[in-house]
Design a protein around this ligand. Structure first.
Ligand code: G
Ligand code: G
Ligand code: MN
Ligand code: NA
Length: 253
């Protein structure tokens, strides 16, 4: 149903849109937003990324789509600045195919130059598997991205096979604890032990820890107490379209 030609047309017809999910510090300040891609299909309605990103990866269409995401989200940040909304940081997910490309460096450099967004306000999210596929390439690409001044984070941490000591070889700033650990908090003893251990070790290794999938006050309290710096999840807000995020921001100011 979701064919390659549909994806290509979707891009041409501007059917893609970004939703933004807030990330907050333990004391309730807005730390940033994560941009999350959706496809507003004329027949199917709002299609989540899990339904089309695999095909976009396979066909290579993720390259133009990913480039659009980066440009759109950085332009949005500057638009919020002008409107007086203070969104400190923007996180953008990268796909494996984008990460293979050397053009990524130029795309990031260009979008920062064109928009004037401070590099330190842009965070690029990569996954463990992207690091492990080609460790040498990853080290050099991440080093070059880091030299631009952008922040780097590892998404879905704990679901892959990398250890914190392996991650320390890369110039990463943030570590996002996967929501599968957060899900069981605070009652599941294994989830609690693993989450506490990850946070404690990550902190000693100077990563800033972000917890994903925080859905309850009890999870939030547990994570704050364990030393997690930044929280993201439905408890604070679902990913929101621009207008709704602006209402969310206005209500807090
Ligand atoms: O928003 P949702 O939970 O449905 O996202 C599902 C997955 O899609 C997540 O793993 C997320 O990282 C990924 N994703 C969301 N937006 C983007 C994007 O712009 N680019 C890439 N490559 N992945 C994305
Ligand atoms: O892989 P990545 O971390 O980029 O995926 C983010 C995805 O997680 C988004 O699709 C978003 O919709 C989803 N998400 C965000 N917060 C929550 C939450 O509190 N609970 C659940 N179940 N999913 C969430
Ligand atoms: Mn992510
Ligand atoms: Na994640």
């Amino acid at each position: 149903l979701l064919m390659e030609s549909g994806l290509r047309q979707g891009l041409e017809r501007q059917e893609f849109e970004l939703h933004y999910q807030p990330q907050v510090s333990c004391d309730g300040r807005l730390e940033g937003v994560e941009a999350l891609l959706r496809w507003r299909h004329p027949q199917l309605g709002l299609v989540p990324p899990g339904r089309f990103i695999p095909l976009a990866e396979e066909t290579g269409l993720i390259k133009p789509i990913g480039a659009w995401v980066l440009r759109e989200a950085c332009h949005q940040m500057v638009a919020w600045d002008k409107l007086g909304f203070s969104v400190p940081r923007l996180a953008v997910n990268l796909s494996a195919r984008q990460f293979e490309q050397h053009t990524l460096l130029h795309e990031v450099n260009d979008v920062l130059a064109v928009t004037g967004l401070a590099a330190s306000r842009l965070e690029l999210e990569i996954t463990e598997s992207m690091l492990m596929q080609n460790p040498q390439e990853a080290v050099s690409l991440l080093g070059e991205l880091k030299a631009l001044g952008v922040k780097l984070s590892v998404d879905d941490f704990g679901t892959g096979y990398s250890s914190l000591s392996t991650l320390k070889r890369y110039p990463l700033d943030y570590l996002k604890v996967d929501r599968s650990f957060v899900e069981g908090l605070p009652d599941d003893e294994d989830s609690a032990a693993i989450t506490e251990a990850i946070i404690a070790m990550a902190r000693k290794l100077k990563f800033t820890v972000i917890a994903e999938g925080v859905e309850t006050a009890a999870q939030s309290a547990f994570l704050a107490n364990a030393g997690c710096a930044i929280l993201q999840g439905y408890y604070y807000s679902r990913p929101l379209p621009v207008a709704e995020l602006q209402r969310w921001l206005a209500a807090r100011q």
